[in-house]
Design a protein around this ligand. Structure first.
Ligand code: COA
Length: 269
């Protein structure tokens, strides 16, 4: 059953969704889910070529799309992007902070710049996006979704940088939910498990590692980008009107078995 069959088209037709890092992977899956229910969608990323490709895929779903080159580490660029989106598609009603960077690296071999780079993209980039979009979200009584990760609440080998950044995101989401509820803005996080075909899975697992990873997932499969998109659309919908400061885990139950198998796979590689 398609996601559009669950939501009447009038629910999202006047909404403008901005997905940072929307050019690929989970974030593109999220952008496609919003487009499929009729929302106007804006995406940003660092690479024009990747954005152009994603824009084409999104336009094929029949909605207005705007793509803008912006690195989430650059606050001014994000502010300009938000202004541009307002002109092109109307005020932002839903912001998805998805831009992230990651690689496997033991903490004792990680440079200070490598650690800072991931914190800059994931955590500071998330704050930058929420701050830059705040006035528009206030106008629309909007909804923010931050893309978190299992590393936020459980240590994973070779993931000290990503764990610190994502744990920060979880706290930031709760803080903004607390402060911005008075403006009608809701703020939540989604915790994806390993998702099929994404850069993250490609970087974090070869075939042998992937096999071990699957053993740690109760549902015995990787997730799909659109399954994270479905969570995002639900949280934006009126059905989630009283949900803020929450975390939705969408990982096939992977968190239940801890990170031991992942750690073994990484340390054997
Ligand atoms: N292992 C160890 N250190 C690494 C690394 C790796 N695989 N990849 C990058 N770094 C280090 C670099 O050496 C550099 O540190 P240094 O200056 O001390 O040498 C630092 O991280 C910054 O790397 P750089 O490539 O200059 O930064 P960037 O902003 O161009 O790249 C990254 C951003 C690091 C996140 C890069 O991995 C990337 O572009 N990833 C693609 C997106 C992605 O990761 N998606 C998955 C999301 S889950």
């Amino acid at each position: 059953m398609k996601i559009s069959e669950y939501f009447p088209s009038e629910v999202f037709k006047d909404r403008t969704v901005f997905v940072t890092g929307g050019g690929s992977g989970i974030n593109l899956g999220i952008a496609k889910s919003y487009a499929a229910v009729g929302a106007k969608v804006a995406i940003c990323g660092r690479t024009e070529e990747r954005l152009d490709q994603a824009k084409g895929e999104l336009e094929a779903l029949g909605v207005k799309i705007h793509a803008v080159v912006a690195d989430v580490r650059d606050y001014e660029a994000l502010q300009d992007a938000c202004d541009e989106i307002h002109v092109a598609l109307g005020p932002i009603s839903d912001l998805v902070c998805g831009a992230a960077g990651n690689f496997l690296c033991p903490a004792n071999e990680m440079s200070a710049n490598a650690f800072r780079t991931v914190v800059d993209i994931d955590l500071i980039g998330t704050f930058n996006a929420t701050r830059a979009a705040f006035e528009q979200l206030k106008e629309t009584h909007g909804c923010v979704l931050m893309v978190s990760a299992g590393q936020a609440y459980m240590p994973y080998s070779h993931q000290a940088h990503a764990g610190a950044a994502k744990a920060g995101i979880e706290n930031l989401a709760k803080n903004l939910a607390l402060e911005w509820g008075q403006y009608g803005i809701r703020v939540n996080t989604v915790v994806p498990g390993p998702i099929e075909g994404t850069e993250g899975v490609k970087r974090l697992t070869d075939e042998k590692q992937k096999h071990m990873l699957l053993q740690s997932i109760p549902l015995k499969r990787l997730g799909l980008p659109e399954e994270i998109g479905q969570v995002a659309v639900f949280l934006s919908s009126p059905m989630a009107a009283y949900i803020t400061g929450s975390q939705i885990v969408c990982d096939g139950g992977m968190n239940l078995s801890g990170s031991a198998l992942f750690n073994m796979a990484v340390n054997q590689a």
